[in-house]
Design a protein around this ligand. Structure first.
Ligand code: PBG
Length: 346
């Protein structure tokens, strides 16, 4: 052996010295809950979550969504009851998705000032002015073909003509009082198009949370059932990202949206893309959100219903992992239950 370092100095056991065993014992800091709490690197708190809701027209509507137990189609009056829980649990925000009465090829009900989301935004802001109200900006719930933009005759989703529609949707949400608009369509240039229109109309304070890094994922299945937004023909692979494209493209997408004026960027889904969350976190200075999506929720719920998994432990572990990867906050259907679990409820 060369050099002056003794084997014992490397931190490993010294095979020539019988005796005490390992010189470093990492288990010392795992022996009690007290010490584990003291040295923990990641913690969850109510401030980490945003609670999604599905708003429908009408009154007294509260219909459980089959594929997402514990989540409902809610009319505005019923939504307010659920939002009251969110506020009472000190969760900072909600994100609203709408299911309109009518659909057409352009998705024109998406910018109807009397649409379910627009009405919900003003009702929630009136009753809970301190709560952050975010809205999903997309056309797929509103177009009869189910795509996130306008459809050309050849089946291609047309990018540029879609932008002004998306900006009109965002503006209608801002007018209703939304604090944050969140475009989820994956058209190129939408953040800039939305920012320009918001600024021109005086909504300089309305923030944009861009679904900057959104994959064409099978994990949105339960949501599409919930939002009646599955495409009639084809799929979303022509605009959402290929799951096998790596962090380089993800960072490219995120930085482009930063340049266009996004205030926060999102990665979606969350758990299968933790490497991407980390890469985006390291590449941008803006807050990074992650969406723990419907399929991620449904998997845990389904396994829990069968008694195959401890839902509380698994959900909190998943949410912790998403934060550990670098997310500043998480959009999750577990928001309220997670906060209750964290405060000791079973
Ligand atoms: C709309 C949109 C989707 C989700 C959020 N916004 C569905 C999709 O892109 O098909 C998915 C959310 C979830 O699965 O929980 N474009």
């Amino acid at each position: 052996m060369s050099g002056t370092q003794r084997p014992g100095d490397t931190g490993g056991p010294d095979p020539e010295r019988p005796g005490p065993g390992p010189s470093r014992r990492l288990r010392r800091l795992r022996r009690s809950e007290a010490v584990r709490r003291l040295v923990r690197e990641v913690t969850l708190s109510p401030a980490d979550f945003v609670n999604p809701f599905f708003v429908v027209p009408g009154r007294r509507v509260r219909q459980e969504i089959d594929s997402m137990p514990g989540n409902y189609h809610l009319s505005v009056d019923e939504l307010l009851k659920e939002v009251a829980e969110v506020a009472a649990l000190d969760i900072p925000g909600v994100i609203l998705f709408g299911l309109p009465e009518t659909k057409d090829p352009e998705g024109s009900s998406a910018w109807d000032p009397a649409g379910p989301v627009q009405r919900a935004v003003s009702a929630v802001k009136a009753e809970f002015p301190d709560l952050l109200v975010m809205t999903d900006v997309c056309l797929c719930q509103y177009t009869d073909h189910g795509h996130c933009g306008l459809l050309a005759l050849d089946g291609e989703v047309e990018n540029d003509p879609t932008l002004e529609r998306l900006a009109a949707v965002a503006l209608s949400h801002a007018r209703a009082g939304a604090d944050v608009v969140a475009p989820s369509d994956m058209m190129d240039g939408r953040v800039l198009a939305i920012r320009r229109v918001l600024d021109a109309e005086g909504f300089t304070g309305t923030a944009i949370l861009s679904y900057a890094v959104k994959y064409a994922s099978a994990f949105y299945g339960p949501f599409r059932e919930a939002a009646h937004s599955a495409p009639r023909t084809g799929d979303r692979r022509g605009y959402q990202m290929d799951p096998a494209s790596g962090s380089r493209q993800a960072v490219d997408e995120a930085l482009l949206d930063v340049e266009e004026g996004a205030d926060m960027v999102m990665v979606k889904p969350a758990l299968p893309y933790l490497d991407v969350v980390r890469a985006v976190r390291e590449a941008c200075l803006l807050p990074v959100a992650a969406y723990h999506v419907s399929g991620e929720y449904a998997m845990l719920r389904a396994a829990a219903e069968r008694g195959w998994i401890d839902e509380r432990a698994a959900a909190l572990e998943a949410l912790t992992a998403i934060k550990r990867a670098g997310a500043d906050f998480v959009l999750t259907y577990y928001a309220r239950r997670a906060v209750r679990w964290l405060s000791g409820e079973q």
